[in-house]
Design a binder for this molecule. Structure first.
Ligand SMILES: C[S@@+](CC[C@H](N)C(=O)[O-])C[C@H]1O[C@@H](n2cnc3c(N)ncnc32)[C@H](O)[C@@H]1O
Length: 211
């Protein structure tokens, strides 16, 4: 097969993104991941939306019953599939797809659903549609952004979102009431809100509203 310059550039971009995810982002987010992992009971059936390279599910994979990770970023999902094979975790499944179609891919009823730092990136209607599907689980763990109190931390968060190309989305998310408003619209009741080591991130432990 003959490769054009576009393929090479795209290939380099994928390699760079995977490198940044494995060597920088995953390290920076390690405390949040550990905190989320501590809230996932052994033997659970878990679904995660926006799982990227699957790091959280791979970390708890040895002690969960089964898990599905879904992300629309195909190269990240390919990396997750390779890692699961390397670690001999065949009960972890990773699917490259839009999380709006989550239920189409679920082959088990999850006890626990997770979305870590992914919902604020989605258009609000998508985030609500995704949350309504996560509400199939008994417990839903959401780690996501809050506006930090300190001006410096706020500036750093906005700069980070700008670099990631999500600043407009983040602003819209905050303007519409942030995560509490999304959770309400998604049919989830907050049981606990936990601080993390990152002042811009909280964890909400939720359960579906009983109607
Ligand atoms: C900031 S990353 C977070 C990755 C990981 N959960 C973590 O905590 O480090 C957000 C992820 O959400 C994914 N994402 C955003 N919108 C999505 C959608 N509609 N469907 C599936 N994945 C989505 C992105 O592809 C990205 O991998």
């Amino acid at each position: 097969m003959k490769y054009g310059q576009g393929d090479t550039t795209e290939g380099c971009h994928v390699v760079l993104r995977l490198w940044v995810r494995n060597h920088i982002t995953d390290r920076v987010n390690a405390p949040i991941r550990r905190q989320l992992a501590s809230l996932i009971p052994s033997g659970a059936r878990v679904v995660e939306v926006g799982c990227a390279n699957g790091r959280l599910l791979l970390d708890v994979g040895w002690r969960v019953d089964c898990a599905l990770g879904i992300d629309r970023d195909a190269p990240m999902i390919d990396a997750a599939i390779r890692s699961a094979r390397r670690r001999n975790l065949p009960h972890l499944e990773f699917i490259a797809a839009d999380a709006r179609n989550l239920t189409q891919w679920l082959r088990f009823r999850p006890d626990l659903a997770v979305a870590s730092l992914s919902l604020h990136e989605m258009p609000p209607r998508t985030a609500v549609a995704v949350l309504r599907q996560l509400a199939l689980a008994d417990t839903v763990l959401i780690a996501d952004l809050v506006e930090p109190e300190s001006g410096l931390q706020r500036a750093l968060l906005h700069a980070d979102e700008w670099i990631a190309g999500h600043l407009d989305r983040y602003r819209a998310y905050q303007a519409q009431g942030g995560m509490p408003a999304l959770l309400e619209a998604g049919g989830l009741a907050v049981r606990q809100m936990l601080p993390t080591r990152n002042p811009a991130v909280r964890i909400w432990v939720c359960a579906p509203h009983v109607h």
